[in-house]
Design a protein around this ligand. Sequence first.
Ligand code: ADP
Ligand code: MG
Length: 869
Amino acid sequence: MIRQVKGKTPRRHPPKKTSNNQKDPVGVYCRVRPLGAEDEECCIEVISNTTIQLHAPDGLKANRNGEFKETQYSFKKVFGIKTTQRELFEDVAKPLVEDLIYCKNGLLFTYGVTGSGKTHTMTGSPGQGGLLPRSLDMIFNSIGPYQAKRYVFKPDDKNGMEVQNQVDALLDRQKRESQTTVPKTPNSRRVDPEFADMISPEEAFTADGVDEDSSYSVFVSYIEIYNNYIYDLLEETPFDPIKPKPPQSKLLREDQNHNMYVAGCTEVEVKSTEEAFEVFWRGQKKRRIANTQLNRESSRSHSVFIIKLAQAPLDADGDNVLQDKNQVNVSQLCLVDLAGSERTSRTRAEGSRLREAGNINQSLMTLRTCIEVLRENQMCGTNKMVPYRDSKVTHLFKNYFDGEGKVRMVVCVNPKADDYEETLLVMRFAEMTQEVEVARPVDRPICGFAAGRRQRNQAFKEELTRRLEDRGGPVNGEIPTILSQLLQSFPSLPASEIAGPNDDVTLPRLIEALEKRHKIRQMMVEEYNKTANMLKSMLQEQDGNVVAKENFISEQRGRLGEKDKMIQNQKNEIDRLEKKSKMLEYKIDILQKTSNIHEEDKRSLQNELESREQRLQRELSDKRRMESRMQGIVSDTKLKWEKECERRVNAKQLEMQNKLWVKDEKLKQLKAIVTEGKSENRQPQRPSREKDKVPPKRSASPSPVPTVPPVRPLHRRSHSAGGERWVDHKPNTNVDLDTVMQPNLPNAIKVSAPSEKALSKCDKYVLTHQEVASDGEIQTKLIKGEVFKTRGGGQSVQFTDIETLKQEYPASASRKRRSSESGPSHEGERTDGDWTDVETRCSVAVEMRAGSNLGPGYQHHGYPKRRKP
Ligand code: ADP
Ligand code: MG
């Protein structure tokens, strides 16, 4: 009859039932790998065995304040570049393996950017085995002698574990061996050279206090999560070289204890480190082949290696595994090599790959979100739903975070500059993860049997063998020689058929034979009794021994109990203190971080203030400069326009005055001619009073007149050698001005009105003309001309020159000068006398014809020889 017992697997309770309220933070470790040969800049410095410091690389050095960015991150422990795989194992994984052996679950994962050393840490490199082979090695070193035979423990397909008796296990073994090529020699040293040197025997660890009265079995599974699909890497599928079947993905299920498991996942029972690692390597190869065939990037997938340890106590005899489902314990250790934590942009993801990369990121993002929510729930006492179900990775490990085992994470970092920004994100995640606490797993219940069963059973077997050997008899259930000899000497019964009434031979022979047999039987009984007595006494002796030993043990146990109590008390005290110190450390940490943040804020605000003040100052001075410049421009412009206006007014005035003067002059000459004509006829000498009474209140500054062809040459009167005779024409209206500089004209004929008679006697003519200049002074003009005889017998005067005499008062001297001096005038300043300068002098001719009624024709020529621009 097959008796199967199902055990609880893994021995966990639904989260609500957890009676244990002690919690531990997730253990987060940091491992810094050495800088690659091609990298130059190192951005990470290990500053203590719990702290690292990140420096921004040169290109990124300055933050907005121009400061150097340096950030520190603390971990449970930091492993620098010189850390050996053994040291890392001892600190990180050894406690988890010990827990596994003591029936507690564990989750260990590596997290980091691709190339940061996750796989090196988890699996290892040639000659440097990682956490995985070392964990396997420690497990087998510890439970080696106490392993159950193959198929005694048998996984069901619902995450449970069955126990079979020896016979069924044997049958299963035989069946299995006949159909597959399961490694038959688990202890053979034929190891794949690819990983043969991963662990060296000198570096082996063994757990203390393994329960010898239990039987153990190890099962391994190896899965890969790619693109949120779960693949079984140990599944044995018949390989079809023509049409290779794509790998089938697996589903996650929840068992009756609410634990998540991969449905239908292969669990291989392994009996040694080598065998286990060989299985792992098989999966690894399969993974590599699948990645190559499907053109996948291995860094984008999560690999999960699950080590399950089944254990059950031996029965009371210490001979067999106890066939009681309640006594089977299964614990598991998950070793997870997560996908590279970098963002999608870092990979050269395109097209369909983009979706894959996105999913992988998604699963890591879900992991981050779950951690975030867990932390928030724990810190703020909230009860938000943790989105474990959003990705396969988190869903599979949900139970761990809900408090079913220790969780540890090794954060791998590459100190190269290229990774800096990704590393920052990794650090933030690590920091957050450390703040999450998971419930401490409870101790397993102790089975009711006395300890030392295995040993006692062993000892008994040995003793029996020895004694039986001592008596020269064969052992192990064969019939002892002495008995067989006796049996052989049993006489056979003679013929018992009586021949007739007279047969007296048969009966006595029979009687004799039977008596002989009876004797032999008695001897056998005696022998049997002897042996039984011997055995009895042996057993009694043993019993006595056992009782004595048990007494001794119970005595010792009593003492042990006391000591245990003491130790427990002290442990509690230590725990309390540790918790307190952790709490305080944590508080200090938070305070420090807060103060750092505040300081940084303060600095940045100060800087901003300064820069704003400077800008304000600059703007103020700019404004002032601008103001003064504007004022300058305004006054300049004003001055310029004032000058320009003045200039234009003056020019206009001059022009108008010139015009007026010319008209005046014309009028005067006309008048003079008219008057002269009349006086020739009637009163030639009478001056025109009305005309001369008031000199025109204008200054004569004729503006240049367009050029006219030169005066036609007239016949010039010859004059006597040695002197010219002048007609000095001074109208009566002229005022005597007491001028010092008076023209001196010897032999002049003075007239108040021009007369033909006087003109005929002279060859020069001068008219003294007075008028009021623009400044109100009286100005005298000497208009000179030459007298010609006309063909008609008359006289004509051709004006050749005008001299202006002007009186000035010292106050206005700077602006007025005598035009006759024709000195250079100030630049840009036009004086009234300009037109009298030699260069601008005009020639004026007045022609008079005797007896003509038409009045004098006149020619008025004025042309500037050169004008200043
Ligand atoms: P990941 O799995 O994070 O992508 P790997 O573990 O594959 O990174 O590491 C990338 C390379 O760096 C490998 O060649 C590995 O041997 C090397 N490496 C990683 N960590 C270390 C270390 N601590 N010491 C020496 N070499 C390392
Ligand atoms: Mg890797």
